[in-house]
Design a protein around this ligand. Structure first.
Ligand code: G3H
Ligand code: 13P
Ligand code: ZN
Length: 314
């Protein structure tokens, strides 16, 4: 079932204290794996596409790509009874936001987090006005996601995290539906140098002051088994570290409801692809390689649905 607005899924998760995975796609293969998991687990699911995904799906034309992705997701969702949402991940400008809305996405993210607070409020408010007129929901971000590659000190890193009082003002002024507060994660496979750690006290305050569904970006767990599998078939992924399951569960207790996951699916897919390419050197049918990779995506998503608490919520 294709929902009207992503809010339908996240308001329920907020009221019942569980998390819903938001999984990135660029192509049919990832969508097929995610949807299979959602059906098996009886879990609501959020599919998300970045600006880059829109462009990829449209062979360079992001407007066309937005329609291709929305049509594809809707077709898959129409035949099943679990709720499926489609979200624009990290929309940076009005052109991409409008393309997603026109294509039928059920929510958009406007990411003006790199801009000064006042400008972030102005841009987000404008997107909220447009998206709410189309009866869909909006996510915005406060603070910055700083990765280990950015090489900043602890004090510098802290200064990039969300300010809870600002979050309260931001939500009141913009009317945004979901907020992504920076609390110590970063995108990709290299999130922490030492021990994985998030600022739960900051998160608790943001939830207390805003009460809306909160989003954890950079939430991939970077599963060791998948990294090792990829490496054993020729990948070179060294020193990777993600957000462990117990920290994800803790974050959900403190008010996170949308858990963004892209990297884990990429690693699982690529590991399986490398394996089957190695094992079937004379096979030229791409489906023979994609099928086990889709299965690997399905398994990662299904496991996360159990961890986040969204399994059997339909
Ligand atoms: O947060 C970013 C997502 O992982 C999407 O990445 O821009 O490479 O599609 P992308
Ligand atoms: P990961 O890189 O941890 O999968 O995060 C994805 C994300 O935040 C998409 O917005
Ligand atoms: Zn993100």
């Amino acid at each position: 079932m294709y929902v009207k607005s992503t809010k339908d899924i996240l308001d329920k998760a907020n009221a019942e204290y569980y998390g819903v995975g938001a999984f990135n796609i660029n192509s049919l293969e990832f969508l097929a794996g995610i949807i299979s998991a959602a059906v098996i687990k009886r879990s609501p699911v959020i599919i998300q596409a970045s600006e880059g995904a829109m462009s990829y799906a449209g062979n360079g034309d992001f407007r066309k790509g937005a329609k291709v992705l929305a049509d594809m997701v809707r077709r898959y969702a129409d035949n099943i009874s679990v709720p499926v949402a489609l979200h624009l991940d990290h929309g940076h400008d009005l052109d991409h936001v409008l393309a997603a809305i026109r294509a039928g996405f059920t929510s958009v993210m406007i990411d003006a987090s790199a801009k000064p607070f006042k400008e972030n409020v102005e841009i987000t408010s404008e997107v909220v006005r447009i998206a709410h007129a189309a009866e869909i929901s909006v996510e915005a971000e406060l603070g910055k996601l700083v990765g280990v590659e950015d090489n900043v000190s602890v004090a510098e890193r802290d200064a990039t995290l969300v300010d809870p009082d600002e979050a309260k003002i931001f939500v009141e002024k913009t009317g945004v539906d979901f907020l992504a507060p920076a609390i110590g994660t970063s995108h990709g496979a290299f999130k922490f140098k030492g021990e994985a750690k998030l600022d739960f006290e900051r998160l608790r305050k943001v939830k207390q002051l805003t009460k809306i569904p909160l989003v954890l970006h950079g939430a991939s767990s970077v599963l060791e088994a998948d990294v090792e599998k990829a490496n054993s078939y020729g990948a070179k992924i060294e020193g990777a570290k993600g957000v462990p399951f117990d920290i994800l569960k803790e974050a959900i207790k403190y008010g996170i409801n949308k858990i963004n996951t892209d990297t884990d699916l990429r690693i699982a897919f690529i590991a399986e692809l490398r394996k089957s390419l190695h094992e079937k050197p004379s096979d030229i049918d791409p489906r023979d390689f994609f099928k086990p990779a889709i299965e690997a995506v399905k398994n990662v998503v299904a496991q996360r649905m159990d961890i986040l608490g969204s399994s059997n919520k339909v």
